[in-house]
Write a protein that binds this ligand. Structure first.
Ligand SMILES: Cc1ncc(COP(=O)(O)O)c(C=O)c1O
Length: 473
């Protein structure tokens, strides 16, 4: 038996690199990600020692060292002196992808992007529940198994309501999902294989970062300017490696508030066409028609997926969303959704569609948009001297801190003054350093007065800037 065969026999994990393209070390990391996702490699499992794996694969030790380093950089493994390199447990989602407020009772929570609290919401949901329970047709739909794409009547009702908001779809191109996060995850899981690459703005929605990580995908950051993703930088990335899908929020990027012009959207579409890339447009941070640009699914219907959910409009607890996809991708998405949950619950769909189509939702939204406009004005006024970017319909704003301040310290100091904020860290893709910035959500306080109080405390901290710098030792 030759040395290579002996090494192969001793390796507990032996990646098959022959069929994978690109440099060997990258192929090894891609195979590692794929084996983690499929369960071939288990959390905590030790990878073979580097020399042994090099001998087994007939490559240099340097190649294996580089691969293990790259795997560590991508958060797939951890290396400890004395105990080798072990597979990480990716189910321990990002520690900072919390969805529930950490704010104490007395704290003013400006950390969550949620609908503005109002008793009207409870009243309207109660009415919708009553209306659904009084309708034999809706009750029967809720009792029956539905097709994977969701109840056809509900998809039609949703299309009608979305059309009234200027978003036009055909019911057959929609799949009902359990909220926007589910739609994001479903699209990634179905259309991108473990080890393949997705890209997004360097600062993006943490739920997307968590989903890509959970699925063992490479998630690459693209440089941005005031309009979000830069097409030239996207193109450069595409020249270096194959990007299967680009995730983006052209209306209003969470967290930076960047809004893409029409020219920028077209330039992104042009790159996507040149490099045959799918576009996943997240419209969960919904904006009104008067300030909305052309959605990408209208510019490039053949490669665009679009996500909508009612979480920011009606309530996050409804877990009701929708994924629009080109018809040729729908069979794959149907198979994936069936494997997950057969279909999303039609009772939630019935209640949501009743709420949307009764006219109640429109009254609630009119109130909410007016309230957001007033809150945006407060924000502009109170933080006027500072660098804040946001959107007229924005649930949040992005505050770049003055030079001498660090975001982690600022969040702590704000916490001590009874205001809860989030720093840039959870929004960062990959291992790039986080900018010194914080996200300020203007919707969680129950009143404008409470928001003004929270913003005034933030302003006071910013004005005290010189006091915050550490003394030189
Ligand atoms: C951009 C974006 N996408 C998706 C989601 C998740 O939406 P849902 O609550 O409907 O799952 C959020 C929630 O904050 C979001 O900001």
């Amino acid at each position: 038996m030759d040395q290579q065969q002996r090494a192969r026999n001793r390796c507990q994990w032996l990646p098959a690199l022959e069929s994978l393209p690109g440099p060997r070390y990258k192929a090894l990391v891609d195979q590692l990600a794929a084996d983690m996702a499929s369960g071939v490699l288990q959390p905590g499992q030790r990878l073979p020692p580097q020399r042994l794996l090099a001998d087994a694969l007939g490559v240099t030790v340097g190649t294996i060292t580089r691969a293990y380093q790259e795997a560590e950089r991508r958060g797939l493994v951890e290396a400890r002196v004395g105990s080798g390199t072990r597979v990480k447990d990716l189910t321990e989602a990002l520690p900072h992808f919390h969805h529930l407020t950490r704010a104490g009772h007395d704290s003013i929570d400006l950390s969550l992007s949620i609908p503005i609290p109002t008793p009207l919401r409870q009243q309207q949901l109660t009415v919708s529940l009553q209306q659904v329970s009084a309708s034999p047709e809706a009750v029967n739909a809720a009792l029956a198994y539905q097709p994977e794409q969701g109840c056809p009547t509900q998809r039609e009702q949703l299309c009608q309501w979305l059309a009234s908001q200027g978003l036009h779809f055909e019911p057959q191109e929609l799949m009902l999902t359990e909220g926007g996060q589910h739609a994001d995850f479903l699209a990634l899981q179905t259309l991108v294989k473990p080890g393949e690459a997705v890209a997004s703005a360097a600062l993006t929605y943490p739920g997307m970062i968590a989903a890509a990580r959970q699925l063992g995908l490479k998630h690459l950051p693209v440089g941005t300017d005031a309009e979000g993703i830069r097409p030239d930088m996207l193109e450069r990335l595409c020249q270096q490696q194959r990007i299967r899908l680009l995730y983006l929020m052209p209306e209003y990027n969470n967290p930076t508030g960047h809004h893409m012009s029409e020219a920028r959207r077209q330039a992104i579409v042009d790159v996507a066409r040149r490099y045959d890339m799918l576009l996943l447009e997240d419209g969960v941070q919904f904006v009104t028609e008067d300030v909305r640009g052309t959605p990408l699914y209208r510019l490039a219907p053949e490669r665009s997926l679009y996500i909508f959910s009612v979480s920011k409009l009606l309530a996050g607890g409804l877990r009701f969303g929708v994924l629009r996809a080109p018809m040729n991708l729908m069979p794959q998405l149907r198979v994936a959704l069936r494997a997950q949950c057969w279909s999303s619950p039609s009772l939630m769909g019935a209640v949501t569609c009743q709420w949307l189509t009764s006219g109640d939702a429109d009254r609630l939204l009119e109130w909410q948009w007016e309230e957001i406009r007033a809150r945006q004005a407060l924000l502009r006024e109170i933080l006027s001297p500072y660098e804040v970017s946001t959107h007229p319909c924005g649930f949040h704003a992005w505050l770049r801190l003055p030079e001498s301040m660090r975001a982690a310290d600022f969040v702590q100091l704000a916490d001590a003054r009874g205001v809860t904020l989030i720093a840039a860290e959870p929004f960062c893709v990959g291992s790039q350093p986080a900018p010194q910035a914080v996200r300020i959500c203007i919707t969680p306080p129950a009143s404008r007065e409470a928001l003004a109080e929270g913003l005034t405390r933030i302003r006071a901290l910013l004005d005290e800037e010189p006091l915050m710098s550490a003394p030189l030792l």
